[in-house]
Each structure stands twice: as C-alpha cells, then as structure tokens.
Write a protein that binds this ligand. Sequence first.
Ligand SMILES: NC(=O)c1ccc[n+]([C@@H]2O[C@H](COP(=O)([O-])OP(=O)(O)OC[C@H]3O[C@@H](n4cnc5c(N)ncnc54)[C@H](O)[C@@H]3O)[C@@H](O)[C@H]2O)c1
Length: 264
Amino acid sequence: MGTRLEGKVAVIVGAGQSAGETMGNGRATAITFAREGAAVVLVDRDPESLAETARQIDGPAVTQVVADVAADDGPDRIVAAAVDAHGGFDILHNNVGIGAGDGPPHHLTDDGYDLIMDVNLRAMWRTCRAAVPVLRARGGGAIVNISSLAAIAAAGNQAAYKLSKAGVNALTHTLAITNAKHRVRVNAIMPGFIDTPMAVDALARALDTDRDIVAERRAAAVPLGRQGTAWDVANAALFLASDEAAFITGVLLAVDGGQSARIG
Ligand SMILES: NC(=O)c1ccc[n+]([C@@H]2O[C@H](COP(=O)([O-])OP(=O)(O)OC[C@H]3O[C@@H](n4cnc5c(N)ncnc54)[C@H](O)[C@@H]3O)[C@@H](O)[C@H]2O)c1
C-alpha cells in the first residue's frame, strides 16, 4: 500500500472493463488509486464487471454504483451516491469510452454518430458539470479525463470516436480554465495503443484474425516497441490525480510509447 492518495475520495466512472484476458484502463486505475490509499467509488453500467473490480481491490472503502453515465439521470445519480457515501470527493476519473458502430465519415450512420458522441463526450461533460460544485466546495480537487491519441492522429475509420475525443480535449481545456481559481485541476490522458480487450480483441474480431496478430501489428507501430498496458495509463492518472501534480492543469498527456512524437 502506498500513500500518494491517502485521505482522498476518488470516483472512477467506467471502473469495469470489456471481457478479455488483459486488464482494462478503468479497472487498473481503480486498483491503483485504492492501493495508494484512496477510498474509491466505482461506477459502471455492467454490474458483474464492476463487482469483479471491487473484488480485486484489497484496500480501504469501496463503494459500487451501477449506473449508465449517458442516461439522463446518470451523472446526478453518480455524484449523489459518492456524496452519500463520503460527504464529497476529491478526484473524478472519467474513463468511459466506446467505439463500436463507428466508420469513415461517408459511412457513419446518424445512430452511430449520436451514440458515440453521447457516451464519450456529452456524458463526460454532464458528469463534470455535476461534479464541479462538489469539488469546489471541497476547496479543490482533480478531474482526469480519458481522451485518446485518436484526437490528434489520423483515425480514418473512426470519425465519431476521433471527434468525440477531440471534444474531450477541448472540454478539458475549458474546464481547466474555468475552475483554476477554485483549485480544481482538470487534465486529460491520450492513450495510444494499449493492450485492452476493448481495443485488441474487438479489432481482432472485426478483422476476423487472431488477437496475437493484432497485438503484434500494434506493437510494431509504437517507437518503444510494445503496446502500453492499462497500468501505464493508471500510473499517469495517479500522478495527475495526486498532489504531485498540484501545478498542472489543462494538460493533454500522451501515454503512447512515443507515437505522438512520430506524428510531430
Ligand atoms: N485501449 C486502448 O488502446 C485505448 C486507446 C485510447 C483511448 N482509450 C480509452 O480508454 C478508455 C477505456 O478503454 P478500455 O479499452 O479500458 O475500455 P473498456 O471497455 O474495457 O472499459 C470501459 C468501461 O466503461 C464501461 N461503460 C461503457 N459505457 C458506459 C456507460 N454508458 N455508462 C457506464 N459505464 C460504461 C464499460 O462497461 C467498461 O467497463 C476509453 O475511454 C477509451 O476510449 C483506450
């Protein structure tokens, strides 16, 4: 057990994960925050996956909230549950993101566009809107938004995903500026190729090939020569959420093994 988040309450939205052999970003972050002493409020729409994350946490207080963050009452329910459990919170980690139903702009359907934008961007904005008064009342806090390298890189077959994540970057900047005087810091992480089931297994299914082949191709595209793991994302989130990052707000941190350096 570490102490980097001792005394803090952290809400992790999207704390479960898609099924598969490897670890998802939200689950790794929830485990990491708890290991560093935070009381964690775990939120996911999938109760079984949520419970599995809670089971893997061997630490202080764990609260589970089953909620769809994109539902009309989702963000308010999540914030109310965290306030009920702990009287407030210090950290909001927005991990939820989906990509299914996407395509290039000329093939993307209205429904595909609406779903991805609603879940990835609108729901994140609404969650931040609900959380900001609680964080301000606490005298400060940290929001970490999970964006994607797709926000700044070519992503031809992911028109809605790219747009939504570019929106996450813009939202992060706006929130950082409007909350700085309240000492609420707002940063984003742009993961590159991370070896999670949602990314690798889904791509393997779409290409009708083996996950190892997809994993190998992705690793070869990364300057550091490997895909990232969910722990790489979790460690970056831990830093941004902790007081070690007290002078950092409005940053879009690439966790990508050098991919963005190659883009320029
Ligand atoms: N894996 C990568 O290579 C990669 C790269 C860039 C960005 N990201 C981002 O990282 C984040 C997590 O990715 P992951 O691969 O770990 O995904 P994941 O699917 O394993 O985890 C996401 C979790 O969010 C939950 N969720 C989805 N919609 C929800 C909703 N409406 N309400 C509540 N919960 C909901 C899912 O049930 C799941 O437990 C996403 O934002 C994704 O865009 C991933």
